[in-house]
Design a protein around this ligand. Structure first.
Ligand SMILES: NC(=O)c1ccc[n+]([C@@H]2O[C@H](COP(=O)([O-])OP(=O)(O)OC[C@H]3O[C@@H](n4cnc5c(N)ncnc54)[C@H](OP(=O)(O)O)[C@@H]3O)[C@@H](O)[C@H]2O)c1
Length: 258
């Protein structure tokens, strides 16, 4: 099959910016990239956590900021470009999640989740795209979720942000690939992180952040558009998504309220 994106096989010297690198998948991916020889800028709000993840690695640049602050994006981007010269790959991995049924949603909290998970990606894109388009190269990796495949109770705000990110990655691919950029959509299944520690149900096919980071790196090396894992779980959900609603809804109800 034709490779949709530039396969990212050789990480030596690659300049990577991980947004959401202070814990979970982003932290594991930043460490994986550093081990593979990349220069990695690590961003999130908690500077001390970022320092711990970077572990004093000489190729790491700790660049803390709040992704809800528009000016901070510009400042951090300028700082990283000054240190690295340019950015070859940005990974949008930051998110927030609150398990809540539809009748429990608080509008102020919903607005914050929408802005963190989705709005900040637009701010980040407007920050990095001009330089990437001028060079005619660069990679955009968006971490969405299998929660974006289907409407699932409990993910009342989180799920729609992830569905929107899947849509955004699709349109970005069509828009940017002809201009030399690569767009990777990353859809993990359940990964054991502070984010999923809020779940009070047994998570099927749960993976470690390190396994998730390895799967992401393998996916980026393959040049695939969508990187989804673990496949035994993600393929089952894809199948569920293809079912007509009259079959899909009763199945989801049975899974969610056994
Ligand atoms: N865990 C899973 O099962 C799973 C499954 C599918 C998809 N995902 C996705 O994978 C990504 C990583 O999730 P995770 O599970 O690794 O969660 P996590 O450990 O909670 O990490 C979330 C990251 O986002 C950062 N962040 C949140 N708000 C921020 C803000 N306002 N400004 C800057 N950084 C902010 C956090 O850092 P600070 O708090 O230090 O700011 C942290 O580094 C998310 O996009 C998530 O939706 C996770």
């Amino acid at each position: 099959m034709r490779t949709l994106n530039l396969p990212l096989r050789d990480w030596a010297g690659m300049r990577v910016w991980v947004i959401g690198a202070s814990s979970g998948i982003g932290a594991a991916l930043a460490q994986e990239a550093l081990q593979a020889g990349a220069r990695v800028a690590l961003s999130a709000r908690r500077a001390e956590r970022l320092q711990a993840v970077a572990g004093g690695h000489p190729q790491a640049l700790v660049a803390p900021f709040d992704i809800l602050e528009v000016d901070a994006w510009r400042e951090r981007h300028a700082q990283i470009c000054q240190a690295f010269g340019a950015i070859d790959l940005i990974v949008f991995c930051a998110a927030t999640y609150r398990p809540e049924r539809s009748w429990e949603v608080d509008p102020a909290s919903a607005a914050r989740t929408l802005q963190t998970n989705l709005g900040s990606v637009y701010t980040g894109l407007s920050t990095v795209l001009p330089a990437m388009l001028e060079r005619g190269s660069g990679g955009i990796a968006i971490v969405a979720s299998v929660a974006g495949y289907l409407g699932l109770p409990n993910a009342s705000v989180y799920g729609p942000t992830k569905a929107a990110l899947i849509n955004l990655a699709e349109l970005l691919y069509v828009d940017l690939r002809p201009r030399g950029l690569s767009v990777y959509l990353i859809n993990p299944g359940f990964v054991q992180t502070p984010l999923t520690a809020k779940n009070d149900f047994a998570m099927p096919a749960l993976q470690t952040p390190q396994a998730a980071a390895r799967a992401i790196r393998r996916g980026l090396a393959s040049g695939r558009f969508e990187i989804h894992f673990p496949r035994r779980f993600t393929l089952a959900l894809k199948l569920l998504r293809w079912l007509p609603y009259c079959l899909r809804f009763p199945l989801i109800s049975r899974l969610v309220h056994p």
